[in-house]
Design a protein around this ligand. Sequence first.
Ligand SMILES: NC(=O)c1ccc[n+]([C@@H]2O[C@H](COP(=O)([O-])OP(=O)(O)OC[C@H]3O[C@@H](n4cnc5c(N)ncnc54)[C@H](OP(=O)(O)O)[C@@H]3O)[C@@H](O)[C@H]2O)c1
Length: 274
Amino acid sequence: MSSLKLAFIGGGTMAEALIKGLTTKNVYLPDEILVSDPLSARREFLTAEYGVAATAGNKECLAAETILLAVKPAQLHDVLEEVGGRWPPDSLGISIVAGARLGSFRRHFPAGEPPLVRTMPNTCCTIGWGITAVACNDKADDGHRARAHRIFESVGDVVDLPENYFDAVTGLSGSGPAYVTLIIESLIDAGVQQGLPRRVAKDLVCQTVAGAALLVKQSGKHPAELKDQVVTPAGTTAAGLQVLEEAAVRATFCLAVKAATVRSRELGQEVAPR
Ligand SMILES: NC(=O)c1ccc[n+]([C@@H]2O[C@H](COP(=O)([O-])OP(=O)(O)OC[C@H]3O[C@@H](n4cnc5c(N)ncnc54)[C@H](OP(=O)(O)O)[C@@H]3O)[C@@H](O)[C@H]2O)c1
């Protein structure tokens, strides 16, 4: 192995998405990456598929310049108890663990808190279309932030945000793919109810949702302006939109994002150190 640049503690879905993005885009070479995971079948798969080294020992990850914590929230405490005491003070720690606040890591590093970056990616990272929010502790400098950006830009867009926005980010873009797939499923069923074959309805809906998102992003126009452009007086779209407004779809989305944000705040208390 050449010098170890990046180690993942936890080799699950998100770690794999990042390994794929990073090696495909040559941000890191496969032999600069180490993954730690308890399951031997998982380690063998990651090595065979991406050429990265894999280990069952989390402490081996501490030899890397950057150590990325990619375990589930319930596993974080035990992992930090295991590695925190030996963490090299200059090694950058990046967490993707939902709800884990930067302040909650502090007590796990008796030799002093290292530079840390908290992130909130979403599941679209698995196809390179994710969005990741990034917040740093006061030990992290511009170079550490830039390193985190390079890592997450391999799987989508990156936005710097103060940490106090992270519960709202979790409720919006973290949970967002589930909201949008619910909309897609509903529209496909609606098309089928109107007589379209399911496969055709699926193609029509997916391309319409993806196209509408790109239209908003690329045109720079307000979504309401783009909507108004396709609403002919007394026309078909006006009839459809009236039903959605009467069903309070807009207000319902606000309530959904609020509920997810509140839940993220509650879960953050549970991930806090015991
Ligand atoms: N998936 C998403 O869309 C998404 C979005 C934003 C944030 N996140 C965050 O990303 C983190 C990882 O999510 P994920 O979906 O990748 O989960 P995952 O697929 O369950 O990956 C976690 C991996 O860590 C392994 N693991 C368990 N205990 C460990 C230990 N003590 N040391 C080392 N590895 C251990 C697990 O192995 P076993 O399966 O054998 O237990 C599993 O392979 C979570 O904290 C989640 O909140 C995920």
